[in-house]
Design a protein. Structure first.
Length: 178
């Protein structure tokens, strides 16, 4: 997936925009609750919240993927529930999103879910450009695997694709997935 600068430091965005009405966030007692979210275009007249905020997949500097919530058309401010605070944007974990919104956002991404503390984020699956095997075993590895790193040069075989490794009779190492 292609990631672009979001205008916010350390956060890149990708994929399409999905409008949303609510977010599951913790209240001040730490309980997860559903809050309405609104775009407020004019802070002096905060009742005009007709436009639904937008969400888009967002990735932080550690590669953790959640969603960035901004005002519709990148304008205005966000209002969460009946709070009197107005936010320019909000980075949320995937479990803050309604299921339908989350599904729509994740369509273009090849991902795996990661759980951190009590929030759910995603990580993009890395596309491995080559695989390593040893002449002395029948396993093949991703280059980052500790077992791959221990293979001595004289026994080392490199395959450009999984298919190549499989058709040469090698099987994927269970730990790294090959
Ligand atoms: Zn391995």
């Amino acid at each position: 997936m292609e990631w672009k600068a979001s205008g916010i430091s350390c956060i890149q965005v990708g994929g399409r925009y999905v409008p949303l009405k609510t977010l599951w966030l913790k209240d001040r007692w730490g309980q997860k609750k559903r809050f309405r979210v609104k775009t407020v275009l004019d802070l002096r007249n905060s009742k005009h919240g007709f436009l639904l905020p937008w969400s888009q997949l967002a990735r932080d500097e550690k590669g953790r993927i959640g969603a960035l919530i901004v005002g519709a058309h990148h304008s205005g401010w966000l209002r969460i529930g009946s709070s009197r605070k107005f936010l320019p944007y909000l980075f949320v974990s995937l479990d803050a999103l309604a299921r339908k919104v989350r599904k729509k956002l994740l369509v273009p991404l090849d991902y795996e879910l990661i759980e951190e503390e009590d929030s759910i984020l995603a990580r993009e699956k890395e596309i491995c450009s080559y695989y390593i095997a040893s002449k002395r075993s029948n396993l093949f590895h991703e280059p980052g695997c500790w077992q791959a790193k221990r293979i001595k040069d004289k026994y080392r075989i490199v395959f450009r694709t999984r298919k190549e490794a499989l058709s040469s009779g090698y099987i994927p190492h269970k730990i790294c997935g090959g």
